[in-house]
Design a protein. Structure first.
Length: 235
């Protein structure tokens, strides 16, 4: 399918109800309001066309941008493109999911995660923490920098409650990811989770809740899934 055909199909799949849900979460026009499940059905028409995926993200249309993230090849995407994507990720769904998941599977995962975490721009910092969390979920422990992860856990412990809104959310998610995927640091992650307790995040006019890290990690332990890595974090 061509770019024009994809955009036409997205418009057809959009709904007023889904648009309202996205509106409540903070998305901006242009977008059609397409359910994630319907976007996934279009991946097969885009996946082998890297340039088409890049064009979809460049459109600035949320639905097209999300589809691009599901379809692009993270192993051939350039660092410059990922940096551009991060700059264009104006709201949390693009930052925490689309950009972070693709970046985590790219050759520049750690380089960009470290760079973005330090950003003074909220959504770019969000990209950084979420990229690191996703990277933990797909990378064998022996390839991880455990001392750096400890430092980041300590940073969360000391700073989370004074951080920017969505940065608080992804910092909390980072603690959960360490507890879920990094076996050697599981106890330390639980200690940090216990210390930070409930994390307050303004989620707008939605029913979304911030997961309590202690409870979330405990559920993973009960299921005996601590340390089990994912094949992909793009979803």
């Amino acid at each position: 399918m061509t770019y024009e055909e994809i955009m036409q199909k997205l418009e057809e799949l959009g709904s007023v109800q889904t648009k309202q849900i996205y509106n409540n979460h903070g998305v901006k026009e242009p977008f059609f309001g397409v359910k994630i499940g319907d976007l996934k059905k279009l991946v097969k028409y885009v996946k082998k066309d890297h340039e088409l995926a890049l064009k979809l993200y460049k459109s600035g249309n949320h639905d097209a941008m999300y589809l691009a993230g599901l379809s692009v090849n993270p192993k051939i995407i350039s660092k410059e493109t990922l940096q551009d994507w991060a700059q264009k990720a104006y709201w949390y769904m693009a930052a925490e999911y689309t950009v972070a998941q693709v970046a985590a599977e790219s050759d520049y995962a750690m380089e960009l995660a470290r760079e973005w975490i330090k950003s003074e721009e909220e959504m770019i910092a969000v990209c950084g923490w979420s990229t690191y969390s996703n990277y933990l979920s797909i990378t064998p422990d022996e390839k991880l920098d455990l001392s750096e992860i400890r430092e980041l856990l300590n940073q969360v412990k000391n700073n989370i409650h004074g951080e920017r809104n969505r940065v608080r959310y992804v910092m909390n998610g980072f603690v959960i990811s360490v507890g879920a995927y990094v076996t050697e640091l599981g106890e330390e992650a639980k200690q940090v989770a216990e210390y930070i307790g409930k994390v307050e995040v303004n989620v707008g006019n939605t029913a979304c809740k911030v997961p309590l890290a202690t409870d979330y990690i405990k559920k993973i332990e009960v299921k005996n899934r601590v340390g089990l890595k994912r094949k992909t974090c793009i979803c």
